[in-house]
Design a protein around this ligand. Structure first.
Ligand SMILES: *Cc1c(COP(=O)(O)O)cnc(C)c1O
Length: 431
């Protein structure tokens, strides 16, 4: 059976075209008919513990009754209005609340519906910031190896150009400056040299603080954030922090950059913003950025606006999610998860074929020698047999569970990761 899954070709009889998927060799996708807590229920009655929390969005678990209630009330009152010329209480409340949770310099919230678009908007803001100051040479960005900032055209240009999934498009993408994340003195020197050489062309620098997520769960120290930010300030390069993955507790603090001494000029949030319930994203700008758009000249306005920006259902879900962060011990739960993941996964470092094991907050990643597609499929099917939804990619087996996961559920995930990595090492890994 597994052999067939691994080697076989599949004709999938449905009209869906799946993301990041070679449709010719894809395993038949699972049919989820219900979610609850940390569980996915399938159409065959099977229940899986979700180790991924739907791309790490469902931080309170699925179907949290408090968020559902809030969305339901909102649907009866005001599901959506355009944000052009109109505002509504949920959007105003959410914007105020986000700013109150952030350093005083971050004061203006621009809404959109997806992380990629939030980063697009951040880049557009940075470019126009300089143009509005009559500086027209600052049109490029500096970004980092293993970075991931989205799938739209401009964000593709700031993803890792080699390992990223957008390599194919590089000939048609704007050229940016790719740097190794400066985690040592030598690398910092190289980073500073780039800033020095290209400062006149650089609008901004994009960074996923503490953890580079989709690029392979790469982790760095808060000091690296501080070093990058202070050099960017020195050379007049705006700092855009992409906390679409790390935001809302995932790394142990509400926002990852709060573990450093630095503040971004522009901050992007999405994913867990609504507790994983609805698509919503924000680009939050500092006063300095915002003020550069204030003018008698209409052309200096930010010419951006997506149809469903500030969607009231999404904002209601996000406000409810923030209530849960206030009223339930989410960050404490993340600390407990971090301890459990550390205890369970770090010993895998000694397994042949395992290159590194990393834990930060509610993120646990086991990095191995790169997996082939059949091996990735083998992992997925074995996890499913164990009652777990876990989706390794590249060279990584990882878990990013809901913060509300029960200790025995988390132990079931880590036990399976341990068993399967050991099994992979002894059966498939050849030195
Ligand atoms: C997921 C992600 C994005 C893109 O968000 P989408 O909602 O998928 O467009 C951008 N940056 C980071 C760090 C992400 O994790």
């Amino acid at each position: 059976m597994i052999d067939r899954l691994i080697k076989g070709r599949h004709t999938i009889t449905m009209s869906l075209w799946l993301p990041y998927t070679q449709m010719q060799t894809v395993l038949p996708p699972l049919n989820v008919v219900r979610t609850n807590g940390c569980y996915l229920s399938l159409d065959d009655g099977k229940q899986l513990i979700d180790a991924v929390a739907s791309w790490w969005t469902a931080c309170h678990g699925y179907n949290h009754p408090y968020i559902i209630e809030s969305i339901t009330d909102q649907a009866h009152t005001l599901p959506h209005v355009m944000l052009g010329g109109l505002v509504h209480p949920q959007a105003k409340k959410l914007a105020n609340r986000l700013c109150s949770l952030l350093p005083a310099s971050l004061t203006k919230v621009f809404f959109s519906e997806s992380g990629s678009v939030a980063v697009e908007i951040a880049m557009k803001m940075a470019l126009q910031y300089w143009m509005n100051l009559n500086i027209f040479s600052k049109t490029q960005f500096v970004c980092f190896e293993h970075g991931y900032h989205g799938d739209t055209f401009y964000t593709m240009s700031v993803c890792d150009p080699d390992e990223g999934m957008h390599r194919l498009f590089h000939p048609v993408l704007p050229k940016q400056h790719y740097q190794v994340l400066p985690t040592s003195d030598d690398l910092l020197e190289a980073f500073e040299q780039t800033l020095k050489d290209y400062a006149h062309t650089l609008a901004g620098c994009l960074l996923e603080p503490l953890v580079q997520g989709a690029g392979g769960m790469k982790m760095h120290a808060p000091e690296t954030i501080d070093a990058i930010v202070s050099l960017c300030r020195k050379y007049n390069v705006l700092v855009i922090m992409d906390e679409i993955f790390t935001g809302f507790g995932r790394t142990g603090s509400l926002f990852a950059f709060q573990q450093s001494n630095s503040t971004p000029d522009i901050l992007c949030l999405s994913k867990a913003l609504t507790g994983g319930m609805l698509p919503l994203a924000v680009t939050i700008a500092s006063d300095t950025i915002f003020n550069a758009f204030l003018s008698d000249d209409p052309d200096k306005a930010l010419m951006h606006g997506t149809t469903f920006m500030g969607n009231a259902l999404g904002c209601a879900a996000a406000n409810a999610s923030l209530d849960l962060f206030e009223n339930e011990p989410r960050l404490e739960q993340v600390a407990v998860i971090e301890t459990a993941l550390t205890g369970a996964l770090i010993p895998l470092k000694d397994v042949p074929g395992v290159k590194d094991v990393r834990v930060k907050g509610a993120i646990g990643a086991v990095q191995c020698e790169t997996f082939s597609t059949p091996i990735l499929n083998w992992f997925k099917s074995e996890f499913i047999k164990n009652g777990i939804w876990c989706r390794p990619f590249g060279d990584i087996v990882y878990t990013t569970p809901a913060f509300t996961i029960a200790p025995h559920q988390l132990a079931h995930i880590t036990d399976s990761i341990i068993t399967l990595v050991q099994q992979w090492s002894s059966q498939f890994y050849r030195k």
